[in-house]
Every structure is written in C-alpha cells, then in structure tokens.
Design a binder for this molecule. Structure first.
Ligand code: KMH
Ligand code: ZN
Length: 271
C-alpha cells in the first residue's frame, strides 16, 4: 500500500526568528509546497500569515496562496482551520468557503503550550456540517484519547462521512506526549477502516513518523512540526524534512503515493 505524504510547511506558532527558512508569505509557501511536491508530497497542509507574519484567516491571502500553488502543481490543498491561537473560531471557520479539497477539524478546546486553542462544541458541529455540505474532507486532529470520543460523537450525529481521516497529534503541551506507547494506544482506539497519520511535534518527530509508517499510517513532514533536522541543527527549509520522510517510507519498502493515488486512497469527495 502506498503512503500519502503531506507537507506542513508553516504552523501557527514559529516565526522566522526561530528559523529564518520558515516560509510565511504566499509566494514563499507556494515555493516550499512545490519543492515538496517534487519530493513526493501529495497533500499540502497550509497555515497563512499576514504581512507582519502573524497567523491569519484572511480569505484573500488564503485564495492567493492556493492560486499560486495551483499554478505550479496539482497537489491536494488542505487548509488549516486551526489557523493560530489568537484568531477567533468564527473567522477560522470561514476558510472552508474557499472549498479547499480538505481542511482540518479540531474537535475540542484545549490548552496549547502557553495559550488556549478554542474549539467550542457548537462551532465544531457547525463547521463539520458546513464541510460536509461543501464536500471539503475533514482532517480530524486528535491530541488525546477524549478527542477520539468527541469525533465519534460527531460521526454518530451524521456530521462526518467515511472514511474518517485522522491526524494523531502527539507532543503538544496540553495534549498527549510524543511517545511510542501513546501512539500505539491511540492507533488501537481508531475506528475500523479509517485513514490516519501521526503528527509528531518536536524532538520525536522522525522516530514517531517511522513508527507510524511501520504501523500502517501515512506520514507528514515539515516545519510546522519541527524546525530542526536533529538536535542542535536547524532545518535549512522544508525540503530536507520532506525528503527525509520520503526516504524513511522507501527504506520501509513503502511506495509514495502520487497525487492521483492519494485522491483514491483518501477517497476524497469527487469535484
Ligand atoms: N500544529 C498543530 C499541532 C490545525 O492545523 O488545524 C495544531 C494545528 C491545528 O495547527
Ligand atoms: Zn496545522
């Protein structure tokens, strides 16, 4: 079975002062995504930044970034509705109106490092329903076991279509720690016939990505999840991180899915 490789070039927290190679502006993000596509990425998970490099849900910036990417390559675009901790949920949810192929759905409010990640139950339901109406596939981001239960409640309410597509996010301060035991425990609790990947934040990124692949998951790489290639060595951009994840999959004898294969494997709604 081929592996769907996602690139996450920029997250909600890090700034260029943390790693000068972090892409923040639409053209920089588009260039990073195109380079990742050439390395085998078939999905691009996107956070946008404004002209001061702060997280934004501005629809014009999102549209411009999507257009720049679409001019370069046919990679599937997944917009983050997580956006950033200081952006109101009501602004974040508007991003799905651009009808990206996929968007994230974070099921629960939680502590997130020193901040708070606000995902109120009514808003999450409203966003899930709207995504279903627009045929935007939700990437379900679960940071702890209770989040899996919250997702299954949405499923029972008819708000999510199968196959459910999960990101098991480990290593956020406020969620479950990035350990092999937590990954195995979360994988064992996933519903049957779902699609999943590990998002390992920080130091355990490489090792947990490898374990996730060995357990049958997909993989994600990029500067949203780690700014370092290894301890004490900043990544000189997203490309080496994506190339390393692709190499890891190939070393495990797992072929990398093309954009067309990814569409089939993820069973994305037809457009
Ligand atoms: N960076 C992730 C841990 C999302 O994209 O929807 C949190 C996040 C969520 O960025
Ligand atoms: Zn994200």
């Amino acid at each position: 079975m081929s592996v769907v490789l996602t690139v996450a070039p920029t997250g909600p927290i890090a700034m260029k002062s943390d790693n000068q190679y972090l892409p923040t502006q639409p053209d920089e993000i588009a260039d990073a995504v195109y380079a990742a596509y050439l390395e085998g990425a078939s999905v691009a998970h996107l956070h946008l930044r404004d002209e001061r490099d702060l997280p934004t849900a501005d629809l014009g910036i999102a549209r411009r970034t999507m257009d720049l990417i679409e001019e370069k390559c046919p990679i599937h675009i997944q917009l983050s509705t997580g956006v950033g901790l200081s952006v109101p949920f009501e602004d974040r949810e508007q991003l799905v109106e651009l009808r990206p192929r996929m968007a994230t759905l974070n099921p629960c409010t939680m502590s997130f490092g020193k901040g708070e990640f606000r995902n109120p139950p009514d808003g999450v339901r409203r966003l899930a329903a709207r995504m279903r109406e627009l045929d935007v596939k939700p990437e379900l981001e679960v940071y702890d076991t209770g989040h899996l239960d919250a997702v299954m409640r949405l499923y029972d309410e008819g708000l999510l279509a199968e196959p459910l597509q999960f990101s098991i996010v480990l290593g956020v301060v406020g969620g479950a720690a990035a350990t092999p035991a937590n990954l195995v425990m979360m994988v064992e609790r996933l519903p049957k016939d779902c699609v999943w990947q590990i998002i390992a934040i920080g130091r355990a990124n490489l090792q947990l990505t490898g374990i996730g692949l060995a357990l049958g998951g997909n993989a994600r790489a990029g500067m949203e999840d780690t700014l370092n290639l290894r301890k004490g060595e900043l990544a000189p951009g997203n490309t080496p991180l994506v190339r390393r994840a692709a190499d890891l999959a190939r070393a495990l004898d797992l072929p990398i899915a093309s954009v067309e294969e990814a569409e089939r494997l993820l069973k994305l709604p037809a457009r």
